[in-house]
Design a protein around this ligand. Structure first.
Ligand code: HEM
Length: 360
């Protein structure tokens, strides 16, 4: 948690840079002080910056290079998702495959250089591996190698973990921020309540820190409600490990199942008659008492494979929303088209244009 506290400062600093550009544009737009911004794209840039800083700290610029390459790889994967597949297709030097190989080589090469540099610095100067996510992982790995109980990871496994952090921690948090702004923009009374809370608990011009953010009870409820109604991960895949029976249906070992999170999150039997409505107060007694049973909110999944970045994501969302609420009143633009698209993660298909008005 101490490391997360340090990272909160980085998150808030990254958010401040984005919000300052909005403030400058709004201030230049006298006398209305209003601007329209497509916030989905802005939140992608922001969360990319946050993950690059927090994952790779001092090696931020190399981290950003990896990030840009990863993003292009993701775009290629998405563009070819419906292509006809035949054995050996991935080895043919088509234009797309050649580009994919180049990018994969770049990602692996840059990450390997960063890891080797850290290991060399530790061997030479005896300092730690660093306070960022890469440093924490290398430190845990070195401890495991020194007989700490766990098996230490290979270089390939460390590289894969770095890639997972990028993939898992970027789009998801950007969409959570986007949907939160959508719900606050369409529920002005909640926007005002949250702003009052933020002004009370995170006052002044200073950056919000982990302590002040922990006092934002209404904000926590709004974020949970956003995760319930528009959770970025809308289904979970699980393979059944033993023959079992579920609600009278026999499921043999090895069956691949999909858990329809988005549907379960709007089930009236679980959440009550107002399951389809935005009602953050259902979380007033905590996440486990909001529904007919504890564990009904599956946005971060549950159990051994649940999200290891959930505290990180909650802090990042709170810090960013608090700073936006402090500076602006906002509403969803009339240009907005409500078309949630479930493509790996749940996102507004045409982005989220928002009209922001600078507060005094
Ligand atoms: C709103 C933001 C986020 C949501 C909704 C979310 C959701 C999830 C879910 C549902 C899973 C489980 C997937 C499954 O079991 O199939 C997961 C796993 C994971 N998440 Fe997140 N996540 C978020 C943010 C983050 C962040 C910020 C990070 C990293 C800094 C992160 C890192 C991970 C990792 C590494 C795993 C894999 C854990 C494992 O397999 O053991 N996530 N996430």
């Amino acid at each position: 948690m101490d490391k997360l506290r340090t990272m909160t400062k980085t998150m808030a600093e990254c958010a401040r840079l984005v919000i300052r550009t909005w403030e400058a544009r709004a201030a230049a737009n006298n006398p209305s002080g209003e601007i329209e911004i497509e916030v989905g794209h802005q939140f992608h840039e922001l969360t990319a910056d946050v993950i690059s800083h927090t994952a790779f700290g001092s090696s931020y610029l190399q981290g950003k290079e990896v990030f840009v390459a990863q993003r292009e790889l993701q775009a290629i994967a998405m563009a070819t998702i419906n292509s006809v597949r035949f054995p050996g297709r991935q080895y043919i030097p088509t234009k797309t495959n050649v580009r994919r190989w180049e990018l994969e080589k770049k990602v692996r090469g840059t990450l390997m250089t960063m890891i080797r540099e850290r290991q060399a610095a530790v061997a030479k100067e005896g300092n730690g591996y660093g306070n960022d996510l890469l440093g924490l992982m290398l430190e845990a790995n070195a401890a495991a190698g020194d007989g700490g109980g766990a098996r230490s990871m290979t270089m390939d496994e460390i590289i894969d973990e770095c890639k997972t952090f990028f993939f898992a921690g970027h789009d998801t948090t950007a969409h959570l921020l986007t949907w939160s702004i959508f719900l606050l923009g369409t529920n002005p009374q909640w926007q005002n309540r949250l702003r009052d809370e933020v002004l009370r608990e995170c006052c002044g011009d200073s950056l919000p820190d982990a302590d002040s953010l922990s006092k934002l009870k209404l904000m926590t409820m709004v974020i949970y409600e956003t995760l319930r109604l528009y959770g970025p991960v809308s289904q979970l895949a699980r393979t059944v490990t033993a023959d079992t029976e579920l609600a009278g249906v026999r499921i043999p070992k090895g069956t691949m199942t999909m858990i329809p999170v988005a549907i379960l999150h709007r089930d009236v039997e679980v959440w009550g008659e107002d399951a389809g409505e935005f009602n953050p107060l259902r979380f007033r007694d905590g996440v486990n008492k909001a529904a007919a049973h504890a564990g009904a909110l599956l946005a971060f999944s549950l159990g051994h494979r649940s999200c290891i970045g959930q505290d990180f994501a909650m802090l990042e969302a709170k810090a960013t929303l608090a700073m936006i609420l402090r500076g602006f009143a906002f509403e969803v633009s009339p240009e907005y088209v409500h078309a949630p698209l479930d493509f790996l993660t749940l996102q507004p298909q045409c982005g989220l244009p928002v009209v922001l008005k600078l507060l005094d």
